[in-house]
Design a protein around this ligand. Structure first.
Ligand code: UD1
Length: 418
């Protein structure tokens, strides 16, 4: 079991490079299943979730290897199995992203149902419904989605809610389907645009990604590709929040500011001076940040994946803020941990009211999910004294070498192995 030991109270100052986006890399790695030719991906973050996706593909007979620090090579010419087993799916829900590509290319797939996760029930009914609409037979057998289809057929799909991986699964399945698929009420996340760009570079015909209506004209075959994954807007936003919470001055390079409008607006509202270039963002502040209200909504609104980090900022800010989480039903697990550090937070259903305090105190806290872990790191950096954050495997799922990056910014942070 590994923990992070953080001695807080130091301003973060300096430059840090954003990694590639986990939530773009995972679907794009799954998309490599759509072709028998080689796929080379650059800017792939070195994360536990990427390792899990690699293992999942290896288990299917796919070559998945890291050629360098941020480049992977995938060769799905020799697929021997179209199964995503429970052992891997339960550790990473994004494993369900293999369902669409497997079904489209091989006509069958057996993918474990992910089950619930700590932030909510997170069903995949929309993925299943859409594939059925495209002509697949999908049965639930012993906890697995067992899907079969001779060739999927294009159709019009209106999802009941905006779903990111749902949109991605449908897009990938539709890429090799017969005819045109239209997704209405599609998710508009930048990671969907990146996936569409990669699919199009593989010979797919996807139009409208980044809007609520995506049209995919199926093709017979996709070919190999070399693609660079978009920067991680959530990791970038996490460093920028940490900068403001510690009254610091941080420049994030290799970033994608054009994907971060809602977050940048909130950082400015919090009193930060935010300078933005083509591929960099700098956040600085020399006073106490101001409390900001947050309401999580699908992109281009404020992302649920930044809610916990902004709460860490709000707990040390001046004033009272209101956070409303509309995407996931149980995404306030960081609250009791932040309270252990002295935060003043009241949760009522989907709403959290935070009254900012002058200072937090270091404490022993427990990470409960990926973004909650990030909020605890920010709070610990801002707090006086020492904090120990337990269960940081959650953090390792989605943040590349976080303690090294924070150390370079002047943080006193160490990984301890127990
Ligand atoms: C993705 C992101 C995750 C982010 C989330 C919301 C990846 C790998 N993960 O997760 O980091 O927090 O988007 O921005 O990209 N829903 C259903 N039925 C479905 C699908 C979704 O009810 O079939 C519900 C979910 O329970 C949730 C909401 O729809 O309440 C949105 O979920 P969705 O966008 O699908 O999240 P993920 O794609 O799992």
């Amino acid at each position: 079991m590994q923990k992070l030991k953080i001695v807080g109270g130091k301003r973060l100052v300096g430059e840090v490079r954003a990694s590639g986006a986990k939530n773009a890399a995972l679907p794009i790695i799954a998309a490599a299943l759509l072709t028998a030719e080689e796929v080379i991906l650059h800017n792939v973050p070195d994360l536990a979730d990427v390792v899990t996706m690699g293992k999942l593909l290896n288990g299917m007979g796919v070559v998945f290897e890291r050629l360098s620090r941020d480049t992977v090579r995938i060769d799905a010419s020799g697929v021997t199995s179209t199964e995503a087993p429970y052992e891997l799916v339960k550790t990473m829900r994004a494993s369900v992203l293999t369902l669409g590509p497997l079904l489209a290319r091989f006509g069958s797939a057996r993918v474990s149902l992910p089950g619930g996760c700590s932030i909510g029930a997170r069903p995949v009914d929309q993925h299943i419904k859409a594939l059925k609409q495209m002509g697949a037979q999908v049965e639930i057998e012993h906890g697995y989605m067992v899907a079969n289809a001779k060739r999927l057929k294009g159709c019009n799909i209106v999802t009941d809610m905006v779903t990111v991986t749902g949109t991605e699964n449908i897009m990938m399945a539709a890429a090799l389907a017969d005819g045109v698929t239209v997704i209405e009420n599609a998710a508009r996340e930048p990671e969907i645009v990146d996936l569409a760009d990669c699919l199009n570079a593989m010979g797919a015909k996807v139009r409208g990604a980044g809007t609520v209506r995506i049209e995919i004209e199926g093709v017979e075959k996709l070919h190999g590709v070399e693609h660079t994954v978009v920067a991680d807007r959530i990791e970038t936003g996490t460093f920028l929040c940490a900068a403001l919470a510690t009254r610091g001055d941080v420049l994030v390079t290799n970033a994608a500011p054009q994907t971060m409008d809602a977050v940048i607006a909130k950082l400015r509202e919090a009193g930060g001076t935010i300078d933005v270039g083509e591929d960099w963002i700098r956040a600085r502040i020399d006073t106490r940040p101001k409390a900001v209200d947050i309401r999580t909504v699908p992109h281009p609104g404020f992302p649920t994946d930044m809610q916990a980090q902004f709460m860490a900022l709000n707990v040390v800010a001046e004033g009272t803020s209101r956070t409303v989480e509309t995407i996931f039903e149980n995404r306030y697990m960081h609250v009791p941990e932040l309270q252990r550090m002295g935060a003043n937070i009241v949760v009522d259903g989907h709403t959290a009211i935070v009254q900012g305090v002058e200072r937090l105190e270091g404490a022993d806290v427990m990470a409960t999910d990926l973004r909650a872990s990030a909020s605890l790191v920010i709070a610990a950096l801002a707090a006086q004294g020492e904090s120990i954050i337990d269960r940081i495997y959650h953090l390792d799922r989605g943040y590349e070498h976080m303690e090294d990056k924070l150390t370079a910014l002047g943080a006193d942070i160490k990984r301890i192995k127990v």
